[in-house]
Design a binder for this molecule. Sequence first.
Ligand SMILES: Cc1cc2nc3c(=O)[nH]c(=O)nc-3n(C[C@H](O)[C@H](O)[C@H](O)COP(=O)(O)OP(=O)(O)OC[C@H]3O[C@@H](n4cnc5c(N)ncnc54)[C@H](O)[C@@H]3O)c2cc1C
Length: 380
Amino acid sequence: MRRNSCVVVGAGIAGVMTALHLQRRGEQVTLIDRWEPGHARAASTDYNRVIRAISGRDEFYTRWARESRAMWLEMQAESGQNLMYECGALILATEGHCDWEDSTAETFDKVGVPYYKFTPDEVRARFPQFKVDEIKYALFEPEAGLLMAHRCVITALKMFKDAGGVVKRGTVTTDTQERPLLDGQPIRADLIVIATGAWMSEMFPKTIKTISAIMGINVLYTSTPDGSDAFDMENMPCWIDHGQGSFGIPSSEGSGVKAAVVIPNTPIDINNDERLIEKASLAKTRTYIRHRLPGLIGQRVVDSKFNQVILTPDTHFIVDWHPVHENVLFAGGCSGHLFKHGPVFGNFVAGVATRDYGTADRFKIANRRKLSPKESPSGR
Ligand SMILES: Cc1cc2nc3c(=O)[nH]c(=O)nc-3n(C[C@H](O)[C@H](O)[C@H](O)COP(=O)(O)OP(=O)(O)OC[C@H]3O[C@@H](n4cnc5c(N)ncnc54)[C@H](O)[C@@H]3O)c2cc1C
């Protein structure tokens, strides 16, 4: 049954993909954001994001990432935009810290994800950019890669508009009962999807704040050596380096190398902070580069992002109805890994929204618990 009115609030990757899939299912959708879609405060806006099936023993996200990869490639073919580059992803398994990597290989075998297991010498031969002295082995997922994040959001937004969707500017607030309001008035719609990323927490203090935390992440882009293409995505994969609390992306379309060193529990005021990187992050990144990527020693920071993630205790997304307002559906809970799943996530949320099926147990608001690093899809 077509609803008379569907509103999606938030035009990050979660909202824009949900709006697109609802519109393509025959609904008439209005997508509202308080700022211009693609703005730099949204978690979805950066040059690039990693897409990989690597998820430890979690088969669910492994399969979702594979499905998403196919959907991103379809969107790329349909739009003619370069959305994804298949440069592969390398997980470095540090001696004494290999549980998550071991279980990723088991899951890959089960699900049928192509991968290679490299010895340190094989890594040195294939990817000499990495110094791997304390590495026991590495897994290489050749069909992983990077998504041009900002372009992905803008392309999905265009597809949504081309399908007849309406985009509006406005700030949605809530009253004491957590009813969504626009311009101080309750939003009258058959369906309201809330996809406001980390802002979901302050908008829904009773329902979402209680099951989430917000953390800041600094990422730095480093220049590449003069005259060298060794650190370009054609020659270097994305990587995950749990032993060092780091991950990264090779230089893509001139971005520079993104070496992200996560400093746990970095506070962020998502409304008021200047989005400038912290000195501690710069120092940590330089130390990391000296340790892992010696070819970048002496290179300079050319760009940076200070952005946020909203973390649920179990790092599972939130796709569930408001406990009181039965037309209000939450879609988010990024937990640091939602971008890659964007197309599958949006399609799934659209089906829950139209009540074609219920949500998955893992996405329900109730019964959240902290997972051990072994159980967690991120291994943290
Ligand atoms: C540094 C960093 C690296 C990451 N790396 C990866 C990665 O490699 N791979 C991966 O898959 N994921 C990664 N992630 C996670 C991924 O980027 C996020 O999970 C995803 O972008 C979250 O999207 P979202 O749509 O939920 O939120 P957002 O992108 O933040 O979008 C929320 C939108 O809601 C709007 N909004 C907020 N409040 C209101 C309101 N009151 N009214 C109207 N509109 C409102 C905002 O303006 C914004 O546009 C990373 C995240 C960070 C920060």
